[in-house]
Design a protein around this ligand. Sequence first.
Ligand code: NDP
Ligand code: VHF
Length: 421
Amino acid sequence: MKSLDISEYMTQLGTRARAASRAIARADDTAKSGALRAIARGLQANRDALIAANAIDLARARDNGLEPAMLDRLKLDDKALSRMIEGLTQIAGMPDPIGEITEVKIRPNGMRVGRMRVPLGVIGIIYESRPNVTIDAAALCLKSGNATILRGGSEAIESNVALGAVIRAGLEEAGLPSDAIQVIETTDRAAVGALVTATEYVDVIVPRGGKRLIARLTEEARVPLIKHLDGNCHVYVDSAADLAQAHTIALNAKTYRFGICGAMETLLVHQSVVTDFLPKLAAELRAREVELRGCERTRALLPDAAVATQEDWFTEYAAPVLAIKVVDSLDEAIDHIEYYGSHHTDSIVTDSVTHARRFQREVDSASVLVNLPTCFADGFEYGLGAEIGISTNKLHARGPVGLEGLTTLKWVLDGEGQQRG
Ligand SMILES: NC(=O)C1=CN([C@@H]2O[C@H](COP(=O)(O)OP(=O)(O)OC[C@H]3O[C@@H](n4cnc5c(N)ncnc54)[C@H](OP(=O)(O)O)[C@@H]3O)[C@@H](O)[C@H]2O)C=CC1
Ligand SMILES: N[C@@H](CCC(=O)OP(=O)(O)O)C(=O)O
C-alpha cells in the first residue's frame, strides 16, 4: 500500500471501530462472553491453519536471523493455542465490569451520587511479534466493552491476519459487529503514525514495546497513551538476604523466560554477601548459557565475566545476558535502580522488614517485590485473570493491566427533581 492508501485504509478502520464501539459498549455479557467462546471454538477448529500461517512467519524470521528468545515469542504451537483458548474461556467467565455502580453516597438533599464503570471507547494496541497477544488483547478489550484496533509486530503478520479472521467470525456468530476487533493487515509503519494521531477515532493507545517505539510515540502521538514499555528489571540481594532463597530467586528471574519484559536484566549484590553468593549463582547461570557482564568487583570474583559498561546498566537485553554490580548499601542499590531502571518491576531479597519496606517505598516502579523474582510481573499471576500488559504509566493504570484498567468511571446522579440554590 502507498502512504496515501494507508491513510485512507486507517481512516476506514477508525470509522468502523468508532461505529462498532457503541454497539460493544451496550452489549450485554451474554453476547460478549458468547463471542469469546465462539472465538475459542474458532481457534480450536482452525488449529492447523493457524499453525501453518505461523510457520510462514517463523520461516521468514529465521531467515532474517531473529534471535531464539524472539522466535520463542513468535511461535504459535498447539500448546500456545491451548493456552489462548483457556485464556478466552477464563475471560468469558469473569464478571462483566461494565455498568457496575459503586461508591453511592446520599447527599443531604437526598440526591444519590455514584460512579459507573464504562468502557474507554476505541483502544489502539501496538505490540510486539507475539501472536498470543492478539487474542489476549482482543478478549480483554471486548469483555470490557471496547472496540479495538490491533497492530502487532511485523514478524507476526501472517499469524495475526489468520487470527483476525477467526476473531471476526466469532463476533459475527455472537451477533456482534465484526469491526469491534480489527487487525491492521499491513506492516507499513505509516499505519502506526496514522493510528497514534487519529484523535477522532481512537480514545487510547496501548503501546507495548521498547525504545524504538517510545522514540516515535514521544514525537508523534496525539491520542493519550497507556504506555507498556520496556522492562529493565533489577533484583537486589541485600546484606540481610537468605542466600539460598536469593539464589533461586535470581535464577528464576533471569531464566524463566529470557524474552519477557519482567525478566531480570541487572543483578545488584551487597558487598557483604557477594563472595558467598555470586560464584555459585554464576556457575549455574553459565550452565544455562547466560552471558555475564560485571563491574570491577564482580570481575574480581568472576574473571571471565565481560566488563559491564555504562550502557549495560541501561540495557534491557531480553536475551540470555545479565549485568552484575556489587553495591555498598541499600541506598546505592535504590539509587542505581532509580537512575538506570525503567520503572517497570524491581525486587529486593532480604529478611529485614525495614529494608524491605524502605525498598518498596523508595523504588519508583510499577511493581516492587520482596523475596520474589521479577518474572512474576504478570496480570494472571497477580490474580487479574489476564492482562493487556504491564503499564509503565503512573496515571490511569500502573503495573499489570486487566479488565478494570481498560475502563473508566463516570459519575452518575439520581434525584427526584431537587433544585440547586
Ligand atoms: N510493559 C509491557 O507490558 C511490555 C513491554 N514490552 C517491551 O517490548 C520490547 C520488546 O519488543 P520488541 O518487539 O523488541 O519491541 P519494539 O518496540 O521493537 O516493537 C514493538 C511494536 O512497536 C512497533 N514499532 C517499533 N518501532 C516502531 C517505529 N519506529 N514506528 C512504528 N512502529 C514501531 C513494532 O513494529 P515493527 O514490527 O514494525 O518493528 C512492534 O509492533 C521490550 O522492551 C519489552 O520490555 C513488550 C511486551 C509487554
Ligand atoms: N507478563 C507476561 C507477558 C510479558 C510480555 O509480554 O513480554 P514480551 O515477551 O516482552 O512480550 C508474562 O510474564 O508472560
